[in-house]
Design a protein around this ligand. Structure first.
Ligand code: PLP
Length: 462
């Protein structure tokens, strides 16, 4: 066997070890001289083995540091792949490098040592300080002493509801709401009460007439699935009502990082509002932490719910998040996401020109009313046949048929899983073409949410 074949065969062996997991992403290969000695080959052959692995995209050489096994690349996307807008999380192409650069400093034994310890619901002092800074907006600045940490936003919601609403009691929610809340309430034995809304969100009258309630769960900013934002006046009215009724609210601020200049309900009713948020959308779902900013008198209760529910943040994630927040990486990513969302909105407006679309120019969502004669069910089925993963149809409480575009799963291009920015193919998803077929003419719309299947109907107002 010549030297030529030799180095390729050795590279094959290493490639097989990578394929079966014996060598893993991030593993450092030994220095070439040592590798040569171990295999009884010349140093020049070892260099060719490493070169071959790099050429095959299996390893990466870093000047002065050595040769590392590369992270597996996502499988190439076939041209006819489903346009799957199922999950509304964007991970931008520049994120991995930014996050890796920030987290590189964590890989020291002393830092890892503290990251391996348990974390309580109250996290650490630096985590509380950085989280309070991150969550501050429009003049509202949470007290770091009242910031608690959950594994993610859903866990922060679950703990807040568990702390505020005993089993068998009633939680008021927007009549169309974030569906996970339905599941959480079911698990906790809490009864959901749908609250009637107008274009500004839940009305004060709906809350008044739905009593007794132990708490309400509200999304003032970009509520799921309709996408609207509660104006300042309605916030003030609701805050006033919370005071009067001595009622608690869980304020879901998951989308509040998308630009808005309105203070949260918590700013107006600090004794009655728990703000829940997370890094899932701001940063990435794989590296998230949930936050609950509590009124002073509720901190202990919610911390205890986080602990007993097993919902507290993991220390490693907390340390990583603190680092990403403290060095500005999270903010850089967040800013890029705001631009990304705006770019997608611009594409959507172009592609759906002439249709009735309701959208906030900063949001990752839009709500699209289908023109006649389309019905939600037929549209969804037809879009699916053409390679778009649309959401399930449903009915609004008023019984009006509509296409529910949920969790970004709909033919307008709000969010696509994966690192890519919107590309022409993406927005060539069949939605707009389909909608124009069958002699359909754009007409006044009715809402189509970008979160098709995620719409949770909570039943009819009692
Ligand atoms: C409205 C709303 N609230 C909360 C969450 C939960 O976020 P996390 O992924 O951090 O649990 C989501 C996630 O999709 C959401 O859409």
């Amino acid at each position: 066997m010549g030297a030529m074949d030799d180095y390729r065969k050795i590279a094959d062996v290493l490639a097989a070890q990578i394929a079966d997991g014996r060598l893993r992403a991030g593993d450092r290969l030994p220095p070439q001289r040592r590798f040569a000695r171990q295999h009884g080959i010349a140093g020049s052959t070892a260099a060719r083995v490493y070169g071959e692995l790099i050429r095959r995209g299996l390893a990466v050489g870093e000047v002065g540091r050595g040769t590392f096994i590369r992270a597996g690349r996502p499988p190439a996307e076939p041209a006819d792949a489903l346009v799957d807008l199922e999950l509304n999380f964007s991970v931008l192409p520049e994120q991995p490098a930014l996050v890796a650069a920030s987290l590189g400093g964590m890989l020291r034994p002393d830092v890892v040592e503290s990251a391996l310890r348990p974390a309580g619901a109250v996290g650490t002092a630096p985590a509380r300080e950085t989280a309070a800074r991150l969550l501050s907006r429009a003049g509202w600045a949470p007290n770091p002493g009242h910031v608690l940490f959950a594994g993610n936003g859903r866990q922060a919601i679950a703990a807040s509801v568990a702390a505020l609403v005993p089993p068998g009691e009633r939680l008021g929610v927007e009549a169309l709401t974030y569906p996970v809340v339905k599941g959480i309430a079911g698990r906790l034995g809490v009864t959901l009460v749908p609250l009637a809304m107008d274009e500004n969100g839940v009305t004060p009258e709906a809350i008044r007439s739905s009593r007794p309630l132990r708490a309400v769960y509200l999304q003032p900013r970009l509520r799921t699935p309709l996408g609207g934002t509660m104006p300042a006046r309605r916030r003030a009215e609701l805050a006033d009502l919370l005071h009067k009724l001595d009622l608690y609210a869980v304020e879901d601020a998951i989308y509040a990082f998308l630009p808005e200049d309105l203070p949260p309900l918590a700013d107006l009713a600090p004794e009655h509002v728990v703000v829940v948020d997370s890094l899932s959308k701001r940063l990435a779902p794989g590296l998230t932490t949930g936050f609950a900013v509590t009124p002073p008198l509720l901190t202990g209760r919610i911390a205890s719910a986080l602990r007993s529910g097993g919902w507290s943040a993991a220390r490693f994630a907390l340390e990583a998040a603190t680092r990403l927040l403290a060095d500005g990486t999270a903010e850089t990513v967040q800013r890029a996401k705001c631009q990304d969302a705006a770019a997608r909105q611009a594409l959507m407006r172009e592609r759906l020109a002439g249709f009735a679309v309701e959208a906030d120019p900063h949001a990752y969502h839009c709500w699209w009313r289908l023109p006649e004669p389309w019905r939600a069910e037929t549209f969804v089925a037809a879009a699916a046949r053409r390679g778009s993963a649309p959401g399930r149809p449903g009915r609004q409480p008023g019984g009006q048929p509509h296409h529910r575009a949920g969790r970004g799963r709909h033919p307008c291009p709000p969010v696509r899983r994966g690192p890519e920015r919107p590309r022409a193919r993406r927005v060539d998803a069949p939605g707009p073409h389909l909608a124009r077929e069958r002699g359909a003419r754009p007409r006044r719309f009715y809402p189509v949410g970008p979160r098709v299947h995620s719409v949770a109907r909570v039943g009819r107002p009692a």
